[in-house]
Design a protein around this ligand. Structure first.
Ligand SMILES: Nc1ncnc2c1ncn2[C@@H]1O[C@H](COP(=O)(O)OP(=O)(O)OP(=O)(O)O)[C@@H](O)[C@H]1O
Ligand SMILES: [Mg+2]
Length: 373
């Protein structure tokens, strides 16, 4: 698939902008702070309904205005669909598909598949578990959109259960404990659903990421992905959803005293981590800067291969990555993406973009975009 056109209203620094793209490589060039990342962020937002840079929607709306609109025309198998999302911070967002309103924005998910490479990816390796959980869950929803609903349900139940735990902890009211067990059931059910999705995704991602690591860092010790769960001892592999539900309920029962002490939910997918191991050692805390970059790249390249295995080429977005990589990793990346249906590249310095990725060029200057060749 590819993005044929992008139209923005009051998104980030753009008051009004329209850009047409072709399949193949498009390179967005301009000095720092001119709006290159803002442009690809809009494409990613239409794909994932979240920003890769900020956790809330407010910064996406141009200062002094109330709402932003992103419209993307996507061509898939020769047919075009127009995805439109209205970003209303503090209120519900609205979405339209081919100009018809949708009951929920998340019905847009899956229509535009993207894989992003960005400087922020290094935090996937070096940063907190939160970023790795988000990586897995975002990939999961792009891969299987029904998980957007599962995530939303789980987050809602988690919030409500945690509020109850805090008030029960403060008041030490035994009456709340009966109510709590109802929330345990909800948390376990939605949590098991999410867990099952993550584990199945990881089974597919693991070999893809390992192969990608080998191509980016040949002989570099190998990259292994493992899921670290919060439900006690032993692996979860092979457990079906009922068994996962039971495992969460067990863990909650065991952790009840600590939960009441701390007023927090202490077991479930929100406490888990995706552990990256290079050779024998955990990447976090041990890997060199270059190895960390290779691992981050491998996660993204592996995601790309996983989505592509469905028979649908995702749009690749390379935001400012070439400046960060040494020439071997640049070359490996350029080679691996040269067969992609569409690649959107941003760079402050055109010379950073490998020759293999030459294509249409766009100049980005103070919130305007012009095709240069
Ligand atoms: N909500 C907003 N309203 C107005 N302007 C914004 C908003 N959000 C971001 N900007 C402006 O957008 C600019 C950043 O744009 P962007 O991140 O796309 O730059 P870039 O071209 O990718 O630069 P670099 O090469 O440094 O990565 C900043 O100058 C910022 O002031
Ligand atoms: Mg940028």
């Amino acid at each position: 698939m590819y993005v044929r056109a992008l139209a923005l209203t009051d998104f980030r620094g753009y008051a009004d902008a329209e850009v047409a793209f072709d399949a193949g490589v498009s390179v967005l060039v301009g000095p720092n702070g001119q709006g290159k990342t803002n442009l690809v962020e809009a494409v990613l937002y239409a794909s994932t309904l979240e920003s890769h840079r900020v956790a809330t929607d407010a910064p996406l709306v141009r200062t002094g205005t109330e709402r932003a609109v992103v419209r993307v025309a996507v061509v898939r198998d020769g047919r075009e669909a127009v995805l439109e999302i209205e970003v209303n911070p503090g209120r519900a967002n609205r979405a339209r598909l081919n100009r018809s309103p949708l009951p929920r924005p998340r019905e847009l998910l899956g229509l535009l598949r993207t894989v992003l490479f960005a400087p922020e990816d290094l935090a996937l390796v070096k940063g907190d578990p939160d970023g790795r959980r988000r990586f897995l869950d975002t990939l999961l929803t792009v891969h299987q959109p029904r998980y957007a609903g599962v995530r939303a349900d789980y987050d809602r139940v988690l919030r409500q259960r945690s509020t109850l735990l805090r008030s029960a902890a403060a008041a030490r009211r035994s009456a709340d404990l009966g109510v709590l067990s109802v929330w345990d059931e909800h948390l376990a059910r939605h949590g098991a659903d999410l867990l099952e999705g993550r584990l199945a995704l990881l089974e597919q991602l693991r070999p893809q990421a390992a192969a990608s690591y080998e191509s980016v860092a040949p002989g570099g010790g190998g990259l292994e992905l493992t899921y670290r769960h919060s439900l006690g001892e032993g692996p979860l592999t092979g457990l079906d959803r009922d068994a996962l539900t039971a495992a969460i309920l067990d863990a909650l029962e065991r952790l009840r005293p600590q939960e009441l002490d701390r007023g927090q939910s202490l077991a479930g997918p929100h406490r888990d981590d995706l552990v990256l191991t290079i050779g024998e050692l955990p990447a976090k805390g041990y890997a060199s800067h270059g190895e960390s970059w290779s691992a981050a790249l491998a996660l993204r390249l592996g995601s790309y291969a996983l989505l592509r295995a469905d028979g649908d080429d995702p749009v690749l977005v390379l935001d400012d990555v070439f400046a960060e990589l040494d020439s071997a990793r640049r070359g490996a990346l350029a080679e691996l993406v040269s067969g992609a249906e569409q690649v959107l590249v941003t760079a402050a310095v055109p010379a950073d973009v490998p020759a293999a990725l030459s294509g249409a060029r766009y100049d980005v200057q103070r919130g305007t975009v012009n095709r240069a060749g």
